[in-house]
Design a protein around this ligand. Structure first.
Ligand code: 13P
Length: 258
């Protein structure tokens, strides 16, 4: 069985106090209402990871809720003012790191080649990459979305040897669906997820393809999560806006309740 995952990407939201409030609300609701074995991840600003890890260590959700960073440097250490390394993130309690989010690709001009280096460093320091791929609206309108996704996957991840590749989480986030309220239909999302799995089968093998968790992201919310997550090749979600509301985020996690 592939691991089910619901990850919240808080993006650049929540100061320390707000972060502690939100995580404790989520923790309470998860403890009371969630009865499934989905991994819950919150990807929070760098500044809040340490405090949330400390808070979590005394809480019931210690093992259930994992922390992620939203980016890391492609360098190990050194004179890179303003950067944060994978090793630093691991040392303060992060278990995962989102890499290649479309906002990083778009606003910070991150390339697949840079992302491949980030992936390597994250894995070296035992941070699991949540590697984001997805096409823009114009790429979809031109009908080149499959090509775009293939390039992102091949250049960003396919250099990994199989045993390492298998530990990565992939998130398909069509850029046109992020923060727009325009969700991919379950069928559109399923079509791309199946394609991603097919590429993995071709690049590695069928068993590897079947073992990988592939998340959907883009305007996912409590109303559409169940239709999306019930698709054969969708193993959970990477949730933006709705992860900032404890009720909505918990309701999305509860989609996997029996
Ligand atoms: P929204 O859920 O706000 O559309 O954001 C999705 C996203 O970018 C998650 O990484």
């Amino acid at each position: 069985m592939r691991q089910k995952i619901v990850a919240g990407n808080w993006k650049m939201n929540n100061d320390l106090k707000e972060s502690l409030k939100l995580i404790s609300e989520v923790a309470n609701m998860v403890t009371d209402e969630v009865n499934n074995d989905a991994v819950i991840i919150v990807a929070v600003p760098f500044t809040n990871i340490y405090a949330l890890d400390q808070w979590k260590s005394g809480s019931e959700v210690h093992d259930k809720v994992k922390l992620a960073a939203q980016n890391c440097s492609w360098e190990e250490s050194g004179a890179y003012t303003g950067e944060v390394s994978a090793r630093m993130l691991k040392s303060i309690g992060a278990d995962y790191v989102i890499l290649g989010h479309s906002e990083r690709r778009q606003y910070f001009a991150e390339t697949n080649a840079q992302l491949a280096k980030k992936v390597d460093l994250a894995l070296t320091h035992e941070l699991i990459p949540i590697f984001c791929i997805g096409e823009t609206l114009s790429e979809r309108e031109k009908g080149i979305h499959f090509e775009v996704i293939k390039g992102q996957l091949k250049e960003g991840l396919f250099h990994l040897i199989k045993s390492v590749f298998r530990t990565v989480v992939i998130a398909y986030e069509p850029v046109w669906a992020i923060g727009t309220g325009l969700t991919a239909t379950p069928e559109q999302a399923q079509e791309v997820h199946a394609y991603i799995r097919q590429l993995i089968a071709e690049g590695y093998d069928e068993e590897t393809a079947e073992s990988m968790s592939i998340l959907y992201g883009g305007s996912a919310n409590p109303s559409n999560a169940s239709a999306l997550f019930s698709q054969t090749d969708i193993d959970g979600g990477l949730i933006g806006g709705a992860s900032l509301k404890s009720r909505d985020f918990t309701d999305i996690i509860k989609t996997f309740n029996a």
